[in-house]
Design a protein. Structure first.
Lengths: 116, 920
């Protein structure tokens, strides 16, 4: 599941992970929660800075969900500050990638998480 | 100050002090006069009495002496002798002599027979011996009473004819026996006079003694002879047996007189003293008392005056203190911080206007009646506030700075509290100031958000570019996919460029470096073009245009205006996510062109509309967060519109949509005192092009022939003439030029020769100022003309306490050729004005020492300076009253928050009655 409010970034994530994975796209946090419950993805790529519901909020909700609590989450954020990294860690994100990120690094991260 | 009050006070003091003083003086004079009069009366009376007693006892003494001699047996015996022998006679003479010498003052002694015949007399006067003296008073008196008798005054026939009174005593053989003779001793009146004058001289009293018939016996400086005083009222009264004191009229004025009888003798004594002399003491006393009273009155007057002055000084001091207090109060009230003071007991002893305002705003009450708990309840950190209050109570010396946020209002306050003491260090209480720092905090918040936003906004396309670029390098990539990646990279890079350009525009504008390249723009075309660009992105929106049929021309920078339109259109679409009709209209306002863009979108809360055009401001709501943006678009739009001298605004209802509009001043409105350019051009198209080029800045007059040109130039001399050479008709351009230059009325007008051919040399030989070869650009033409125009600059005084602002204004105006002088405050400004009268003043309002209002007042009061145009440049929010006052006095009002270099130039140009020139 890829959740980002920017279409171009969803495209980029999809392009980075295609065709090895099946991709579901969510445009905002609420949709992400809905689709996660519906599709039970193996991994979630989550943008941190989104309108309506921020990535952290989505993460918290996922972690609170008994079914989805173990799903690996990769956070993407424009914010490189330590505070954001901490928030991501506390919220239970498995990995953290700062924008601009390398598609290969994302692919490697996803592969690593899914292998584990 | 309050002089009448001081006068009243002095008058009251005089009345209250003067009346008793007068009474006292009167009484003391009165009583003292009475006492003195009494004393004088007493003196006169006692003198009278003393004289009376003295005279009586003297006469008694005389009578006794005479009686003593009369009772001598020797004398009796002698008198009983019938025919006296010589020896007997000698014996009698001896007796008489002895008696005469027995007392001083006895003038003569004699012995008479019972029938009155004189027996003998001493000193011896033989001529009268034997003479009958029974007619004398002494004889009658003795015979009438049979006893000793003191006679009235008479002139004796004895030697020397003295005036005398006689003491006559009968001589008897034995007591009660027959009378043998009468023994008489006569006192000279001189003697009595002596007795009286000794006393009266001592007392300064004029004493008169009369006998029983009122004949004067004694008087100081008495005359010879006998003087009858019987007619004298006083003597008459005394003769009648009365005594007393009265005032009588004398020859030399009033007299005080005492009179009494000497009962044993039947004589009188009267004493007089002139009132004037007697009561001279009273006059002295009166004078003395009056002098003392006058002295006291003078003292009183001085005292009253001093009191009045001190009162007046006090009222003056009080007025000064009151004025000072008013100023202090006004100053404290004018401060934007809330300032209050708590007394040592914790009660509020002072609170300035802002304190009351805040209290009323937050608690609906007054600043003094709110408890700490009530205050704390309004804050996001109530415990911290209560803790601070505890600290203040625990340590009165503590100086505490803290910051609080109002719960639910996002308003921040900086609170400072410190002990207040007087000069001697005595603690008076604690001052508390509350400064609202909401704007500062908001700015910080905006900045932080901006960093996040910018970071996010920039990183997103950057991520796309980098990411897809990296993916492109993947080996064996499907060309079609590669093509798609490349296209994404391209569009993302363009997005990045746009963002960066927006930022740079904002930065440029902030640096005051926004340059307009003005040209005649038909807004209809501009709108149509802008809308066309959005045609592709409109999605579920409909774009509707409402444009006039006629061209809507303004002088504007087309590219920048297009940017404004694009911003507003993109906002309209972005912020109406539900789709609908976006309505774009344009029309004429009052000397302006107005463009409005209406959307059916989410709208803007009323409280946020004002800040909408502030840089990096974004309406704070979930909807807008979802939509995203840099917060730069509208601020950029505002800068651009205002740089054109226009206005931008919004009307919006939350949830119903917004209408953004902007107005631009139309070119034909700027007509005030512009220089005139005469264009001599036969080709209509070329002429119109020149009008387009020049119309914004000049009044343009067109002549199509040489004759027409000369006629127009003579009728009204233009500032510049643009002369085409190839003219139809009788005169060629060269001839026209020659004519113009040889005529004194037109020789000074600079002529620019505009021709498609050559002739540069000809032109300068004939006196042309410049030469332009067709085709030439607008810039070239304007540059040439501006260069030729008489200097447009004036002497402009820039008054502002902020050096940055002065520099900015100076830089803006110096480019216009104005000479700039700077002043850092009102006082300096007045100095500078005194040195040289400026042509215009750019004036800040809030300055130390003397503020802008003060400067205006001073200018207004001087007829020479009143007419100097003043442009007020202020950062201050003006009250309507202030604004009105300024409108009356100043040329224009420019708020610093709305500063535009172009507008400033335009206003100053207008103020100086000059052309703004080529907008650089």
């Amino acid at each position: 599941l890829v959740c980002d409010d920017e279409p171009v970034l969803r495209q980029l994530v999809r392009a980075s992970l295609d065709p090895a994975y099946e991709i579901v796209e969510a445009r905002d946090g609420a949709e992400a929660i809905r689709l996660a419950r519906e599709h039970r993805p193996d991994l979630v790529v989550l943008d941190m800075m989104m309108p309506e519901k921020s990535g952290i909020e989505v993460l918290t909700e996922l972690r609170a969900d008994p079914v989805l609590c173990a799903t690996p989450v990769v956070m993407l954020t424009a914010r490189a500050q330590a505070a954001d990294r901490d928030a991501a860690a506390v919220g239970g994100a498995d990995r953290y990638l700062a924008k601009p990120f390398s598609p290969f690094e994302l692919a490697a991260t996803v592969a690593e998480l899914l292998r584990a | 100050v309050r002089r009448p009050a001081a006068l009243w006070l002095a008058a009251a003091t005089l009345a209250l002090g003067g009346v008793p003083l007068g009474l006292l003086a009167y009484l003391s004079i009165h009583l003292a006069s009475n006492a003195l009069r009494h004393e004088v009366e007493r003196r006169v009376a006692s003198t009278t009495e003393v004289i009376s007693t003295l005279v009586q006892s003297d006469m008694d003494g005389l009578v006794q002496v005479v009686q003593g001699y009369a009772s001598r047996p020797y004398l009796r015996t002698t008198l009983q002798v019938r025919d006296p022998s010589d020896a007997t006679r000698a014996a009698i003479a001896s007796q008489l002599r002895e008696l005469r010498l027995a007392r001083p003052g006895i003038a003569t002694t004699f012995l008479a027979e019972p029938n009155g015949r004189l027996i003998d007399i001493d000193p011896a006067t033989p001529s009268i011996v034997g003479k009958d003296f029974s007619f004398r008073d002494w004889y009658r008196g003795v015979h009438r009473s049979g006893r000793a008798y003191v006679s009235r005054a008479y002139i004796s026939q004895a030697v020397g004819r003295p005036r005398v009174v006689a003491a006559a005593v009968p001589v008897r053989a034995r007591t009660g026996g027959s009378e043998l003779g009468i023994l008489v001793a006569a006192y000279g009146l001189r003697h009595i006079q002596q007795v009286v004058s000794d006393i009266s001289r001592q007392d300064g009293v004029h004493v008169r003694v009369t006998d029983q018939y009122g004949t004067l016996l004694a008087e100081p400086a008495g005359k010879p002879g006998l003087v009858a005083r019987r007619g004298d009222a006083l003597v008459a009264a005394a003769l009648a047996g009365h005594s007393g004191i009265r005032t009588v009229a004398g020859a030399d004025g009033e007299l005080l007189a005492a009179f009494r009888p000497i009962p044993a003798l039947g004589w009188t004594v009267t004493s007089t003293i002139p009132t004037r002399t007697a009561l001279a003491g009273i006059r002295t006393l009166r004078t003395t008392v009056a002098a003392i009273a006058a002295g006291l009155a003078a003292l009183l007057l001085v005292g009253a005056a001093a009191l009045g002055r001190s009162w007046s000084r006090r009222t003056h001091v009080e007025a000064e203190l009151a004025r000072q207090a008013t100023i202090n109060g006004a100053v404290l009230d004018a401060v934007r911080d809330a300032i209050s003071m708590e007394g040592a007991d914790g009660g509020v002893v002072f609170a300035n206007a802002r304190t009351h305002e805040i209290a009323a705003e937050l608690f609906g009450g007054t600043g003094t009646a709110v408890t700490d708990e009530e205050i704390a309840a309004q804050l996001t950190a109530p415990d911290r506030y209560l803790e601070i209050r505890r600290l203040e109570r625990a340590d009165p010396d503590a100086e505490l700075v803290s910051e609080f946020e109002l719960a639910g209002a996002r308003r921040h306050f900086l609170r400072y509290s410190a002990p207040v003491g007087d000069e001697s260090g005595r603690r008076l209480g604690r001052i508390v100031t509350l400064r609202e720092i909401t704007a500062e905090r908001e700015a910080e918040r905006l900045k932080t958000e901006l960093v996040a936003t910018v970071s996010h906004e920039l990183r997103t396309p950057l991520t796309g570019v980098l990411g897809f670029a990296e993916l492109l390098r993947r080996p064996g990539l499907d060309p079609e996919i590669a093509e798609r990646y490349a296209s994404t990279i391209h569009s993302e890079a363009k997005r990045l460029t746009k963002l960066i350009n927006d930022f740079l525009d904002v930065q440029r504008i902030e640096a005051g470096a926004l340059t307009l390249s003005l040209e005649a723009v038909d807004l209809r075309e501009l709108i149509v073009q802008a809308v066309e660009i959005f045609r592709g992105d409109e999605g579920n929106h409909t774009l509707e245009l409402d444009l006039p049929d006629e061209p809507l021309e303004v002088a504007a920078d087309a590219q920048l205006l297009a940017q404004v339109l694009a911003n507003l259109l993109s906002n309209a679409i972005k912020y109406s996510p539900g789709g609908g009709t976006i309505h774009v209209s344009a029309g004429l306002g009052d000397g302006t062109a107005r463009i409005a863009i209406r959307d059916p979108g989410i709208g803007i809360p009323a409280d946020q509309q004002r800040r909408l055009f502030t840089k990096f401001f974004r309406v704070d709501s979930t909807d807008t967060r979802a939509i995203g943006g840099t917060g730069l678009g509208l601020s950029l739009a505002r800068e651009i519109v205002e740089a054109h001298g226009g206005r931008i605004g919004v009307e919006s209802v939350e949830g119903e949509g917004s209408t953004f509009w902007f107005e631009l001043v139309r070119g034909d409105r700027r007509t005030a005192a512009r220089p005139r350019v005469l264009v001599v051009e036969d080709d209509r198209g070329a002429a119109e092009l020149l009008v387009t080029y020049l119309g914004d800045d000049f009044d343009v007059d067109i002549a199509t022939t040489g004759v027409d040109a000369l006629e127009r130039a003579h009728r009204r001399a233009p500032s510049v003439i643009c002369l085409d050479i190839g003219l139809p008709g009788s005169l060629t351009g060269w001839q026209v030029l020659g004519n113009l230059k040889s005529d004194s009325r037109t020789a000074h007008i600079p002529v620019i020769v505009c021709t498609g051919g050559k002739g540069h040399r000809n032109a300068s030989a004939l006196g042309a100022a410049d030469f332009l070869t067709k085709p030439f650009t607008r810039e070239a033409l304007l540059g040439t003309i501006t260069h030729l125009l008489p200097e447009a600059g004036g002497d402009v005084l820039v008054v502002d306490d902020d050096r940055t602002v002065r520099t900015l204004v100076a830089a803006t105006l110096e480019g216009e050729g104005h000479r700039i002088r700077e002043a850092g405050d009102g006082a300096q400004a007045l100095d500078a004005i005194g040195e040289q009268r400026p042509d215009a003043i750019v004036l800040d309002l809030m300055m130390p020492h003397l503020d802008g209002f003060g400067v205006l007042e001073r200018l207004q009061s001087d007829p020479d300076l009143r007419s100097i145009p003043v442009l007020v440049l202020t950062a201050r929010q003006l009250t309507p009253a202030e604004r009105q006052a300024l409108d009356l006095r100043t040329v224009a009002l420019l708020e610093k928050s709305e500063y535009s270099a172009l507008e400033l130039r335009r206003l100053i140009g207008q103020a100086l009655g000059r052309n703004p020139g080529d907008p650089r």
